[in-house]
Design a protein around this ligand. Structure first.
Ligand SMILES: [Zn+2]
Length: 122
């Protein structure tokens, strides 16, 4: 499961950006359809990676991005079923190209000062 090593790298990246005396609250990432990442597995791996650390409650928010199939001749964006691909434009039969969907980006993190963590939030 390569999601585990991705979650570990992501956690490392987040800790590098963490201000001193803070813990992670939320981590937002963009994941594309072509990144070969299963968002559910990545969330599961994330929970395993942060468990037992001060960041154990940090939430991983995954925004999923589909890849688009585009016709270079007529500009038609071809509709397709998730996970299936078309080879040719349905209108002009030109071979389709692919746009987007390869994201694997850390978008933002939010943090909470550690002392506040000890208080009961209302
Ligand atoms: Zn076309």
């Amino acid at each position: 499961m390569h999601e585990l090593s991705i979650a570990e790298s992501l956690f490392e990246l987040c800790r590098e950006r963490l201000p001193a005396g803070h813990r992670l609250a939320t981590v937002q990432i963009d994941v594309g359809e072509l990144s070969s990442i299963e968002p559910e597995l990545l969330r599961f791996a994330w929970q395993a990676v942060v468990a037992g650390s001060p960041h154990t409650d940090a939430t991983l928010q995954v925004t999923w991005h589909r890849a688009e199939q585009l016709c270079p001749r007529c500009g038609e964006v071809a509709e397709r079923q998730p996970g299936s691909w078309l080879r040719f434009c349905p209108l002009c039969l030109e071979p389709l190209s692919v746009r987007g969907g390869d994201q694997l980006d850390l978008v933002a993190i939010t943090t909470i000062p550690l002392p506040a963590d000890l208080e009961v939030s209302s």
